[in-house]
Structures are given as structure tokens and as C-alpha cells.
Design a protein around this ligand. Sequence first.
Ligand SMILES: C[S@@+](CC[C@H](N)C(=O)[O-])C[C@H]1O[C@@H](n2cnc3c(N)ncnc32)[C@H](O)[C@@H]1O
Length: 355
Amino acid sequence: MGSSFLTKFAYHTLQQGKSLAGLAHKEVSTKLMELVFPDSKSTDLPLKRRLLLDLRKSMQKLENLDWEEAAKGVYPKTQLFDAPWLEWAKNYPLVWLDMPSTWNRRKNQNTRDIPKEIDPKSYPDYYLQNFHHQTDGYLSDHSAELYDIQVEILFNGTADSMRRRVISPLKQGLANFKDVQANNIRVLDVATGTGRTLQQLKSALPKLDLYGIDLSGSYLKQASKHLSKCKGELVQLTKENAEKMSFESNSINGITCVFLLHELPREARQNVINECFRVLKPGGVFVLADSIQLSDSPQFSPVMENFHKVFHEPYYRDYIIDDIEARLANAGFTNTSAESHFMTRVWKTIKAKNN
Ligand SMILES: C[S@@+](CC[C@H](N)C(=O)[O-])C[C@H]1O[C@@H](n2cnc3c(N)ncnc32)[C@H](O)[C@@H]1O
């Protein structure tokens, strides 16, 4: 039996384990919430058997592609097993301890419970909310510490596989700069959060000059902690608004942006896309990953509806009917293509050379 077969088996077993753990966590926590707050019975739509089977199939397809791309060398196989297990084990009890306050906010529809010391003038108004009913929104170290494990649970262990779908289109797009030395190729991850995508890029493309921005200082601190443990050059992280970045025009070769757009109102969504166009060099590539939408995955509409109902996601409903291709074209992008992978849609688009 080859070592590759064993690694593949280990990867699928790990994913199954993560998926079961995520499902079990959600089942138990929902039951507990209904016990503690009987009047906050879950309002989500029951998912039909056919839909559950389709979800399972789509998840398996993602898992297979994740393995195939690793086997082809798009990124190292070690990435498939990469997670801060010890840290997650340490933080998991904190997720439980945090839950009653989350349930309380959800029950009372309290969506603006942000730390008192935060100066509201430093952030756009749409940002000062408890997305996912998260304690402190994105604005505390506590929130940043729990974020990764919460997202793992939310997506039943597939969050990193979905994020990894940006690597292949990014590499294809960067081929436009094949005559440029790797350490002169600048790639920016917009709204990097705790830096999971940057960690993946660093391991897949170790020689590139990597940058990350986010509006949350606490999330960037977490990103810095993880990235400093990875081999290679330092990654530059800055706290800034993706609607108005400090990068010079025509200065970046490639941009990734993962799971940001659904958390923005329409105008901000367009502003971020315009800004990515501005800072990209002519010939540069923009790879955008976010939730699937009603037009590409109508079969999963009950899942999208539940996501919006159960979590505080004030702009999600508008996002799933938004025409992202039109927004990209409006900003000036061309050659746009898109693919769906389980719960994620990935767009690849180019700033044409004559811009
Ligand atoms: C759902 S998280 C996604 C984080 C990360 N990309 C990931 O894959 O986990 C959304 C992130 O967008 C950041 N964010 C929201 N609005 C922003 C803005 N206008 N400018 C920069 N970052 C923003 C938040 O602080 C948060 O880290």
C-alpha cells in the first residue's frame, strides 16, 4: 500500500471526523439553547432528504478536488492537515462558555453589542455589529481567538478546503507575470481576518511578497501570531478599510478576498471591488471567494435562507441576489469566470493590460 494512498485515506478520515464533530456540536448546542431559552426555538427551515444528499455529494466533490489539487502540487499535501489543533482544543471550551451570551443577543435581537472602548468614528457603521451574533463583533481579542474554530464548526470542517479554492486561479492569473522574479510579485489578501488564506498562500507560493489588510486590529494580531510561525519572509499586515486602501494604484500583482462581500452593504461591496481594481497592476488577477448565490445554486436556497435567519448576517439576503459579475465589469475587470465549490463561489477576473 503506497504512502500516497495512506495520506489520502488519512485526509478523508480527518474530514469525516471534522464534519461529524461540527454536526454533533450544532445538534447539541441547538438542543441546549432550546432548553435554556424555550421561546427561542430554532426557526430554520427543515432540510429535505434530497437536499441533504445533494449537500453531502457537493461536500465530497470539494474534498476530492482538494485532494487532487494537492496531489498535482498546486499546494503541499501537508496543508490538508494543517490546523492549530492545540489552540483549537484550548479554545473549544471557551466556545461553550461564550454561548449563553450569544443566545441572549440572538433572543433579544441585540445586534449592536460592541465593546464600549471602541471609537465608532474609526469604523464604517455597517461594521459595528455582532455578525453571527458573535461576542464583541470583530472587535476584541476574545472574538479573534474563537473565530477560526467557530468557522470550522459552521462549515463542518470544510472552511479551509473552500478557502484553498483561490490558490489555483491565483496561480493561473499570476502566469501573466512569469518574467517577474517571484520575490517581486506582490499578492494582497483583502479582509484577511485571522490570516488563514495568507497561511495557505505562504505555503503554496513561499517566495511571493505577501500582504494582508483587515479592519480588525485583534484579528490581525491573531493573523500575525500564526503567520510568524510559518517559514519564509514576513507578511505585511495593516489595519485598514478595504473600501479605501493605502496601496498605490497599479502596485499589486494579485489579490484574494475571501468571505468579505456578503458582510457588506451594496455600496461598500462595489467600493471594495473598485478599490481592488485600482491597486492591481495592469494584467493583475483578482480572485474573489464568497457564499454561493441563488442564481448559481438554486437547489441550496433553503440552506442560504437558514444561514441568514440563524446568524446575524444583515447583508446576506441582498448579497445572494447581487450580480457580482456586473459589479466586476462595472469596476473595469474583464475575462471573468466563476465556479462553485460546496458553499463557496469563486470568481477569477483580470485587470486588462491596457488599463
Ligand atoms: C467573515 S470574515 C472573513 C475573514 C477571512 N477572510 C476568512 O477567510 O476567514 C470577514 C472579515 O472582513 C473584515 N472586514 C469587514 N469589513 C471590512 C472592511 N470594510 N475593510 C476591511 N476588512 C473588513 C472583518 O474584520 C473580518 O475579519
